[in-house]
Design a protein around this ligand. Structure first.
Ligand code: ADP
Length: 678
């Protein structure tokens, strides 16, 4: 049956255990239960008032491997025949009654497993309800069978004895099955059992008060059956403070004691004005009702305990997880009051949890966040407008000593019964910002150095370039001096020549100024710059000294262009690098055409540097933009990597493709609006 298999390890264990001590223990228990039942019979028809053997049978079949069922059944049948032989009714009647026990035991266990895969009957209300149902059905079958076997039908009290038998079996199942099912699969559990400290007193009181109430009862009074409720407060006490099995055991012991005393003629059922069997019946039903109620209480408490254990377990696990997270975790309620403050938060904000729990979270924020936070929170709760929740932002935190530090804050939200709970995950990014700042500094240094190195390459060309205006100035001035020496009539001509030399000096000055600006170490500043001009200046610098290399340069532009927000010097550095790479690539080539195009697109401007050089070898494709990747003997290999960094910091893109006419095209896209600061 699948119930048996799906129950998993507990049944597996039960099967193995029962193979050993379990079956013997079960048969011993069965025999003891038979003896007890025979002892507890009504005065009139000798009908047993408590019948646990059926319960022991059912618990045994529930707990043993099916291969052992037949052996168990044989033992039980023999025990029944023996008991019948020794006691009243004879061996055949005993055998038949045991057969009824075995039959209802098997049917009951199969039905119970079908209904419920849980072995422990006292920890779930649902399982207990299944037990009640099975008990009612099994008792009906058993009472009907045994009433015939015991030849009660002939008696004038047929229905009465049927009901007493029914109640006897039901009581047996209710009180004995949970106990037997609890101990049979793990016989050693019984050996290991030590009563909880809190058990002895209420158990003694329950048994003692019952004994006193019954024994003190004269046997003929109007005091009703409620005497049977004497033990109830103590049973509830045990149910609340002890384990479910202990509560069930004391309940069974008290019930058996009451039945023994009742059968012996004590207690409320001893009223001689009332037919004793009817009084027994009343007592049985009262005990059934009391037993059911106490067991339900036990299982409700056990279920609650289990929930508490699970909750405690989860909270311990959560706690350890929270402690393991290096980020600070803080939870707040709808009013912004801190409800949880993790150890990492204590370290980060220098407050102890008990100092801040219950306080408004804004104490962890500097102005202006501090004054705005309550407003944000109430606006969010009113309108659902999110500022940080589910988004995450970089904000500023405030330590206990008032110092502030940058934090990355992510906020999650949950809705509990008590309202919204907001959980903040906070990372101190002061270190990261410091690292980024250092990185920027290093990058700036690198960019500067690479500009200097580019200048190094340009130096000789520059000397040549400056030589021209200087020679011209010197020639012009010589000529002017000669003219002035010749007489005042040549003054006008001399003035003209001096004017030209001033032009040349200005030209040289311009070149030097541009170079100085280019090489100077300076802060990055992005200002709207006319991109045509930026390209013109860059190519002017890049082409210094290139005329001799026989390169044919074309700059193609597309109408007038908007001002683009760039750091002029940095973009020029990129362009100079691209142009000089292109020039290097065309060295020794027959065709040396360099084209620079400037084109306006939707939201960006594209500058393309097109050469007819060697092209780029496939194995270089991947490495091109990595630092120190070079094919040139004197190259540093940092130009393109720096260029790409610069372009990306502008929110742009730098990439290349092969030129269909041979050579390479480098594209540089720059956004028209300053979308990405950095
Ligand atoms: P460097 O110029 O110092 O080598 P770069 O990062 O500027 O450093 O360039 C890396 C490498 O990319 C160059 O060594 C060269 O092999 C290749 N390269 C760059 N631009 C071109 C181009 N236009 N045509 C062919 N190869 C190029």
């Amino acid at each position: 049956m699948d119930g048996l298999d799906s129950a998993g390890t507990s049944y597996e264990f039960a099967k193995r255990a029962a193979g050993g001590v379990g079956v013997w223990l079960a048969c011993g228990l069965y025999l003891a239960a038979l003896a007890l039942s025979h002892a507890l019979a009504t005065a009139l028809g000798n009908v047993p008032v408590f019948w646990p053997p059926a319960a022991i049978a059912m618990a045994t079949f529930l707990s043993t491997d099916r291969r052992q069922w037949w052996m168990t059944a044989v033992f039980m049948a023999v025990s029944g025949a023996l008991a019948g032989q020794i006691g009243a009714g004879g061996a055949l009647a005993g055998l038949l009654i045991s057969t009824a026990d075995i039959a209802v035991g098997i049917a009951g266990s199969l039905l119970f497993q079908r209904l419920n895969a849980h072995k422990d009957m006292l920890t779930r209300l649902r399982t207990l309800a299944d037990l009640f149902l099975v008990a009612a059905l099994v008792a009906t079958a058993h009472a009907t069978a045994t009433v015939w076997i015991s030849a009660d039908p002939g008696s004038p009290h047929f229905y009465q004895s049927w009901t007493i038998r029914w109640a006897a079996v039901a009581l047996g199942l209710l009180l004995a099955t949970p106990l037997a099912a609890g101990f049979l699969p793990q016989p050693d559990r019984l050996a290991r059992w030590r009563p909880s400290g809190s058990l002895i007193l209420p158990a003694t009181l329950a048994l003692g008060s019952t004994a006193v109430a019954y024994l003190a009862w004269p046997g003929h009074s109007d005091v009703p059956l409620v005497v049977a409720l004497t033990s109830v407060p103590f049973l509830v006490w045990i149910a609340v403070t002890c384990s479910t099995l202990e509560a069930a055991a004391v309940l069974a012991a008290v019930s058996v004691l009451e039945l023994c005393l009742a059968v012996a003629g004590y207690g409320p059922t001893a009223d001689p004005d009332w037919p004793s069997d009817v009084r027994i019946l009343w007592l049985q039903f009262l005990l059934l009702a009391r037993g059911g109620t106490i067991l339900m209480l036990c299982s409700a408490i056990a279920a609650r305990r289990q929930v508490e254990i699970i909750a405690e377990d989860q909270s311990t696990r959560l706690q350890s997880m929270v402690e393991a997270v290096p980020d600070a975790i803080i939870t707040i309620d709808e009013r912004g009051l801190i409800t949880f403050f993790s150890t990492a938060a204590e370290r980060m904000f220098q407050y102890r949890a008990e100092e801040v729990v219950g306080q408004n979270v804004k104490i962890l924020m500097p102005m202006p966040y501090q004054s705005e936070h309550d407003g944000y929170l109430s606006r969010y709760l009113r309108t659902g407008e999110k500022r940080i929740i589910g988004i995450g932002r970089i904000v500023v935190g405030r330590r206990k000593d008032g110092s502030t530090f940058p934090i990355e804050l992510a906020v999650g939200e949950a809705l509990s019964k008590g309202g919204h709970i907001f959980t903040g995950l906070i990372r101190d990014i002061s270190e990261r910002q410091e690292t980024e700042r250092r990185l920027h500094e290093v990058q700036d240094d690198l960019i500067h150095v690479s500009r200097l190195s580019a200048m190094g390459e340009l130096a000789s060309a520059l000397a040549h370039e400056l030589n021209q205006p200087l020679t011209a100035i010197s020639n012009y001035l010589l000529a002017a001096r000669q003219l002035v020496q010749r007489g005042p009539e040549h003054a006008e001509r001399a003035m003209d020549i001096i004017g030209r030399s001033i032009d040349q000096a200005a030209r040289a000055g311009r070149i030097i100024r541009q170079l100085r600006q280019f090489v100077q170490k300076r802060e990055v500043e992005r200002t709207p710059s006319e991109i045509d001009k930026v390209v013109d200046e860059a190519s002017a610098l890049a082409f210094i000294g290139l005329k001799e290399k026989g390169i044919h340069v074309t700059i193609e532009r597309q109408g007038s262009l908007l001002a683009v927000p760039v750091d002029r010097i940095q973009i020029q550095q990129v362009l100079i690098n691209l142009i000089r790479n292109a020039v290097d690539a065309m060295e020794g080539m027959e065709r040396r055409d360099l084209t620079i195009t400037i084109a306006l697109h939707d939201n960006h401007v594209r500058i393309s540097v097109i050469d007819t050089g060697t092209g780029i070898a496939t194995d270089m494709h991947e490495k091109m933009f990595q630092a120190f990747a070079t094919t040139k003997p004197a190259g540093m290999g940092v130009g393109l990597s720096i260029s790409r960094n610069i372009v990306e910091a502008h929110g742009g893109r730098l990439w290349f493709e092969p030129n269909p006419d041979g050579g390479t095209i480098f594209h540089l896209d720059l956004p028209l609006t300053d979308g990405q600061a950095g």
